[in-house]
Design a protein around this ligand. Structure first.
Ligand code: SF4
Length: 210
């Protein structure tokens, strides 16, 4: 079973420059974290990794949503699994667990989380879906205005997420900030949430906590 991070690392090795969903999650944890890891190239220490909710890749044949349910409830007419997508303009890349093509002419990402459904992490997962939504609409040239998450540790709870224009705008802003940090070395502000620092592997070099 590969973690999302392992998949991201493999993709990153193929590409000259990449922005992965894991960058987005790390940015949401703390923009300065991105600076240490990706601009200064200081590796995270495994034993002190912060607990980003990357989730695990679920085994191919397990935990898949019943196709009849998708067809009847959502009008799914086509389903693609483990789709690698990339954007030449932004460098965004990733593997979408599933893409559902719906009978209203739209498409939607479906993401499996090896996690429980919790309010705290749900915000991050919504942004991750928006990230995949952006890749899908660029690649397939179809509207993407919703996505789905299956929380496999909450009895396969199936959640629909509406992806609004505002979420796409917020994603654009985050991608632009990420590029400024990673490519230009612009030193970002720290997280507003002090409670995150004790768990952070860069706390010994970050002036916020020194
Ligand atoms: S120590 Fe705190 S402010 Fe500094 S990088 Fe880590 S989470 Fe961000």
């Amino acid at each position: 079973m590969r973690t999302q991070e392992q998949s991201d690392r493999e993709i990153q090795q193929e590409a000259e420059y990449s922005l992965m969903a894991s960058h987005l999650l790390e940015y949401l944890f703390c923009p300065r974290f991105i600076y240490f890891e990706n601009y200064l190239d200081i590796p995270q220490h495994e034993e002190k990794r912060f607990k980003v909710q990357k989730g695990r890749t679920i085994h191919e044949d397990k935990m898949r949503v019943n196709p009849q349910y998708l067809r009847k409830k959502l009008g799914c007419i086509e389903r693609k699994k483990s789709v690698y997508l990339s954007s030449t303009t932004t460098g965004m890349r990733g593997i979408v667990d599933e893409i559902l093509f719906l009978n209203d002419g739209t498409a939607a990402p479906l993401d499996y989380k090896y996690a429980e459904h919790k309010d705290l992490t749900f915000k991050n997962h919504r942004y991750q879906l928006t990230f995949y939504g952006q890749l899908i609409r660029e690649h397939f040239e179809v509207p993407v205005n919703r996505g789905f998450i299956v929380y496999t540790r909450s009895r396969n709870k199936f959640i629909e997420v509406i992806i609004t224009d505002q979420m796409y705008s917020e994603l654009d802003k985050i991608i632009s900030d990420l590029l400024k940090i990673i490519q230009m070395g612009i030193y970002p502000k720290p997280t507003k949430y002090k409670a995150r620092c004790p768990d952070c592997c860069y706390r010994n070099i970050c002036e916020k906590v020194i």
